[in-house]
Design a protein around this ligand. Structure first.
Ligand code: HEM
Length: 269
């Protein structure tokens, strides 16, 4: 774990105490992290007119995401703007289903049931139950919480006779998002972060600076992400069933797909 000085060398220090939730007219997304960065005024607080350069700058300089990953997310986000001549996006536009937004979110409902955008307290509290009394995450608990949400969504769709969209793309995005919070909130190797950090990020859309979080020392790279995703897959006791569900048959095939898809992630979005 580092000081901000390391992560933000050459850039003015960030005042993480500056935080305000969205006010009237401000736009937000289904992503707890980009919402948090807007709440901290690192992205425009209005949530409007975010260029690729602004997003990359925010993600690399404030939370030390590798510039390649930041570029990939930002490039895809800009395409969410229905005005294709624009080089910017508004935060609410990235809820476009099938682009980055997908079923099985940890804190949002699936599109078949209406609101795929707003924080859903009931869903999030169900996800938190998977952590039991734990105060720290582990690959096992993060993986279990994620898979239990997948199973709950699958059942809800079956009961309502709705089509459930969970293939390799959704699988990678969903594992990728759990990997992102573990990596960015401080544990690219071990998967251990205080559960409180997760609650602050999801429930308040705030970066848990005052709870003790500091930016990771080195940028979170694709290699780190692969390690985190594989560790989460490995920890899933239902990985074989999940491999079948996403249409790849075996865990080995899933791992090969993750390795080959991850570097060209944006081409499947
Ligand atoms: C420009 C950059 C980014 C964009 C455009 C973006 C966009 C999105 C979108 C559209 C979703 C919704 C996916 C779903 O349906 O569940 C999402 C979810 C998520 N994002 Fe981001 N994101 C970005 C960067 C990040 C970063 C750097 C983190 C690091 C912690 C992050 C963490 C998450 C998490 C944890 C979720 C899952 C939320 C849930 O399951 O309820 N995102 N993001």
């Amino acid at each position: 774990m580092s000081t901000e000085k390391d992560a933000l060398a050459g850039h003015p220090p960030i005042d993480w105490s500056k935080w305000e939730p969205a006010g009237e007219g401000d736009l937000r997304s289904p992503c707890p992290m980009i919402n948090a960065l807007a709440n901290h005024h690192i992205l425009p607080h209005s949530g409007k007119g975010i260029t690729k350069a602004m997003a990359v700058e925010a993600l690399t300089k404030s939370i030390n995401l590798d510039s390649g990953i930041a570029n990939m997310f930002a490039s895809v986000a800009v395409t969410a703007n229905p005005d294709h001549s624009s080089h910017a996006f508004d935060l609410d536009q990235v809820d476009k289903h099938g682009l980055i937004e997908h079923d099985v979110s940890l804190s949002r409902n699936d599109i078949a049931f209406g609101d795929n955008h707003s924080f859903n307290k009931e869903i999030w509290e169900d996800v938190l139950k998977s952590y039991g009394e734990d105060t720290e995450t582990s690959f096992e608990t993060v993986s279990r919480a994620r898979y239990e949400r997948v199973a709950a969504c699958k059942k809800a769709h079956a009961d309502a006779k709705k089509e459930f969209e969970y293939g390799i793309k959704e699988f990678i995005l969903s594992y990728g998002e759990s990997a992102l919070f573990l990596g960015i909130l401080g544990s690219p190797q071990e998967g251990k972060i205080p559960l409180e950090y997760l609650k602050v990020l999801f429930q308040e859309e705030r970066v848990p600076y005052k709870e003790g979080w500091r930016p990771i020392e080195k940028p979170l790279t694709q290699m780190n992400m692969n390690h985190l995703i594989f560790s989460l897959i490995k920890a899933n006791e239902h990985k074989a069933a999940e491999a079948q569900d996403v249409g790849l048959g075996t865990v080995h095939a899933v791992q090969a797909a993750v390795t080959s898809i991850m570097p060209s992630y944006c081409t499947i979005m």
